[in-house]
Design a protein around this ligand. Structure first.
Ligand code: 2KA
Ligand code: SF4
Ligand code: MG
Length: 270
């Protein structure tokens, strides 16, 4: 259907409010909170705004959801895990499966988040998004979760600097392949901050993505730094096809399927 011209049948003195148009890379986590001042943060690959609380105001984060499930990915797959999904992402991967985390969410005190996580009685916590590092205070949450004794992992896009992430956190860092539409955002200097317990994940949407990822692993010696995971995009690459490419090329990478999609068919909250 063709779009109707706005307000064509309204009297001239009545104005229809424009729908808010979000810039492609806008990030809701970056929008102003009532008690916070906005600070611009930029690095070589991206530019996002962050919020810094006024003195005396509790440290807060914008949160889309907290839920208790089974870890569906990476090294801790299968463990009962509490997920803390932070709101906002400055990227727009073509195949993103969590677009609902781009906007909305609620401001939550970091200490309340830690208490809610603890209430589930799970050892593992996964901080995800969105892009959790788009909110600078994510670093405080990660530190407090580690201090509280949790086994903490962080799902991050690889586009934002990970050098300040607490060394106790297991980083699960994406390397964006060309078909994601966001490969230019890969912050290659992040590779220097990977620890042996971290993981690099490449989500593969085509044979071209696969060859790109295979060549990158060899070029930068990725498998010597940490575990490398190759994961097919649901509906774009047959899992068996990707598995057979990996076998054929004898790659030093770990094939993975998202367990939670098999169990819960990608419903939010799982
Ligand atoms: N069960 C489950 N495991 C996950 N591992 C990483 C997830 C994510 O959304 O980052 C995720 C998720 O959303 N659900
Ligand atoms: S970085 Fe993650 S949350 Fe952001 S658009 Fe890409 S897949 Fe979605
Ligand atoms: Mg998910």
């Amino acid at each position: 259907m063709l779009a109707r011209r706005r307000s064509s049948r309204l009297p001239p003195n009545i104005r229809v409010p424009r729908r808010q148009a979000w810039p492609r890379n806008a990030c809701v986590a970056c929008s102003r909170s009532p008690q916070a001042e906005v600070r611009s943060v930029s690095d070589s690959s991206t530019s996002v705004a962050d919020t810094t609380p006024d003195a005396g105001v509790a440290e807060r984060l914008r949160i889309t959801e907290i839920f208790h499930s089974i870890q569906g990915e990476a090294d801790a797959i299968g463990w009962r895990t509490v997920f803390v999904r932070l709101t906002g992402c400055p990227l727009r991967c073509v195949w993103c499966d969590t677009e609902y985390s781009f906007y909305g969410g609620n401001w939550r005190d970091i200490d309340d988040i830690v208490a809610e996580v603890a209430s589930h009685g799970a050892k593992h916590v996964c901080v995800t998004g969105g892009e959790p590092l788009a909110q600078k205070r994510c670093q405080i949450l990660l530190r407090k979760l580690c201090d509280a004794g949790f086994d903490v992992s962080l799902e991050t896009s690889g586009a934002l600097d990970v050098s300040e992430v607490d060394a106790r956190v297991r980083k699960v860092m994406d390397l964006k392949a060309p078909d994601s539409g966001e490969a230019r955002r890969n912050l290659w200097s992040n590779l220097d901050h990977l620890l042996p317990h971290d993981q690099v994940k490449v989500v593969i949407a085509s044979r071209a993505d696969y060859e790109w990822a295979r060549d990158k692993v060899a070029e930068v010696g990725l498998d010597r730094r940490c575990m490398v995971l190759f994961s097919p995009v649901h509906g774009a690459v047959q899992p068996r096809e990707l598995a057979e490419w990996i076998i054929e090329d004898k790659l030093p990478v770990r094939f993975q399927l998202q367990l939670h999609k098999l169990l819960w068919n990608d419903e939010p909250g799982h």
